[in-house]
Design a binder for this molecule. Structure first.
Ligand SMILES: C[S@@+](CC[C@H](N)C(=O)[O-])C[C@H]1O[C@@H](n2cnc3c(N)ncnc32)[C@H](O)[C@@H]1O
Length: 278
């Protein structure tokens, strides 16, 4: 028999999701929440939404809270999404950063993909950067890739993608940074090469919690994540991200996520690209 999610419980779950990860579930998301909850009830053997709510909020089973939040987040991503960002990175941002560092005798390059989903964004960043360094061995390049969802992070760490996911990657990058192979069902798959995997650290992080690292980062990609947050949460997050940038560092947000109306210290560079002052 289909269960009905009472309005009171919908409000409780929505408030919980908002407190935990800043995502607002509006009334229109009730069917989605209910579908995701049904999956968690089946997985845990808990028989009612009310009992499930008490189960995750009582603290008796912290991993289940993570599974619940995993089931709520939307993870759509693909290689070189919003390609203008990668063009800007390769042609403007990176040459400027490399030039400044070289003049100062520094070789530390740090990038952060905040809300990395299944890994296409940080692997794309790694390919873009590595293929534009004259001598990669000269540089201490690290990419931090974080997400709230352990489910997507597992996929990202494995770094194995179906053929249709990699087909839009420029052939010279695909040949240089992926190993083609077949899986057990005889389907073609592509695994990210070890030299790319080695420069990326995947970690679970809720962007609205404390950050267990200091940075600073030359570029932060936080794209298509804030779209789910309300203005107050967005403003707090943008200010925190800004404080994790190097002087002259860049913040990239999704093209549908304008920072207009938010108070922050960054300078607008071009659509969805902002820079910290020197
Ligand atoms: C739509 S995907 C975007 C992926 C990638 N940045 C892109 O633009 O293609 C949004 C990601 O943000 C993550 N996310 C949502 N809320 C989060 C939070 N509070 N902290 C960290 N990650 C979050 C989701 O799990 C999801 O993987």
């Amino acid at each position: 028999m289909d269960r009905i999610l009472a309005e009171r419980l919908f409000v409780q779950f929505s408030q919980l999701v908002y407190q935990q990860c800043g995502i607002r579930l509006h009334e229109g998301k009730k069917a989605l929440l209910q579908a995701r909850l049904n999956k968690r009830l089946r997985a845990t053997g808990i028989s009612s939404y009310e009992d499930y709510y008490h189960h995750i909020t009582s603290g008796e089973n912290p991993p289940e809270m993570v599974h619940f939040l995993d089931s709520i987040s939307t993870n759509l991503t693909y290689f070189f999404r919003e390609s203008q960002h990668f063009e800007f990175l390769e042609n403007i941002a990176l040459p400027g950063i490399l030039d400044r560092k070289s003049k100062r005798g520094e070789n530390r390059l740090r990038f952060w993909s905040a809300g990395c989903s299944t890994g296409e964004e940080p692997y794309g960043l790694a390919m873009s950067i590595l293929s534009h360094l004259d001598d990669p061995r000269k540089w201490d390049l690290r990419i931090l890739a974080t997400d709230i969802s352990t489910r997507v992070l597992d996929v990202a760490c494995r770094g194995v993608y179906a053929a249709d996911k990699v087909k839009k990657i420029p052939p010279q990058l695909r040949h240089g940074y992926f190993i083609r192979r077949g899986n057990r069902n005889g389907e073609e798959e592509y695994e990210v090469a070890t030299n790319l995997k080695q420069i990326i650290s995947f970690r679970r992080l809720n962007l609205n919690d404390n950050y267990p690292f200091k940075g600073p980062f030359d570029c932060i990609f936080c794209r298509n994540v804030m779209i789910y947050f309300d203005k107050k949460t967005q403003e707090t997050l943008v200010n925190r991200l800004a404080s994790y940038l190097t002087q002259g560092g860049y913040l990239f947000v999704g093209h549908s996520e304008s920072l207009t109306g938010l108070s922050h210290p960054l300078t607008y560079v071009k659509p969805a690209v902002y820079q910290r002052g020197y």
